[in-house]
Design a binder for this molecule. Sequence first.
Ligand SMILES: Cc1cc2nc3c(=O)[nH]c(=O)nc-3n(C[C@H](O)[C@H](O)[C@H](O)COP(=O)(O)OP(=O)(O)OC[C@H]3O[C@@H](n4cnc5c(N)ncnc54)[C@H](O)[C@@H]3O)c2cc1C
Length: 253
Amino acid sequence: MSRSTSIDLEDFVRESEEFVAAHHARRTAASAREAVSFSVLPEKPAEVEARELAEALTWRRTTYDAGFGWIDGPVEHGGRGLPSHFADAYRTVERRFQVPDEAYTRFSVAILCPTLLEHADATLRAELLSPLRRADLVSCQLFSEPDAGSDLASVRTRATREGDAWTVTGQKVWTSGAHYSQVGLLLARTEAGSRRHRGLTAFLIDMDQPGIEVRPIHQMTGGASFSEVFLDGAVVPDSRRIGPEGQGWSVIM
Ligand SMILES: Cc1cc2nc3c(=O)[nH]c(=O)nc-3n(C[C@H](O)[C@H](O)[C@H](O)COP(=O)(O)OP(=O)(O)OC[C@H]3O[C@@H](n4cnc5c(N)ncnc54)[C@H](O)[C@@H]3O)c2cc1C
């Protein structure tokens, strides 16, 4: 449904209330406590995670199609073009209802899309922003490595250019949601012999390919929301490079 891009805030809040109320029950004191109890991806059994993921993706698509999925986003990329306080007002409305957990799409919405808006070329922005905001594509963050956690500038995963594509070899760890993501924002060392923040490049790599193996890290609480990700000859086209070669640190920060 196409919604107005010129609307009074009060009318917008009323419209938002009607929309969310048509799909979800209001929060009770008990459901509010439960929602506050996890601020990151919760560790849950696989079948619970699969159900919640499906609900979260369906809700993102419903909100997007109704004009509430990217309220302050650029109209040319499927956003509604309203000022950011309208998006804040919508979030306030949503918090009063028992909507699906947004953690499953938070990386796409809060980190990847703003990064692409700022650093990706026009072709990539046109190709990726709308599917990411609508959760037709789910993404993960391929930054941390066994020896590059807090000290991220120690990244050792290598990407080597061969013609129009890069071949990637290395290991990532603590990747949230890797097992259900279709794409990952990858930080890799592209300049041989470079040190620290220099010589790193950012890419958006397809997760479903022979050169990538995702191994879930099973927690004693029963869940496995984090994974190790092994890249062994994984391929990413140069057209999926985000920002200039060697400038990956500025892109991801
Ligand atoms: C909920 C959650 C989700 C995450 N999701 C992702 C993800 O999707 N993708 C991803 O790439 N990463 C993810 N991470 C990993 C995260 O970004 C960090 O890389 C990771 O938490 C660092 O852990 P490490 O085991 O490498 O710790 P280390 O970096 O080895 O640190 C171990 C301890 O030493 C301390 N320490 C380190 N350096 C210093 C210093 N110089 N001085 C004093 N103390 C120091 C740290 O504070 C910590 O207590 C996630 C982490 C969490 C907690």
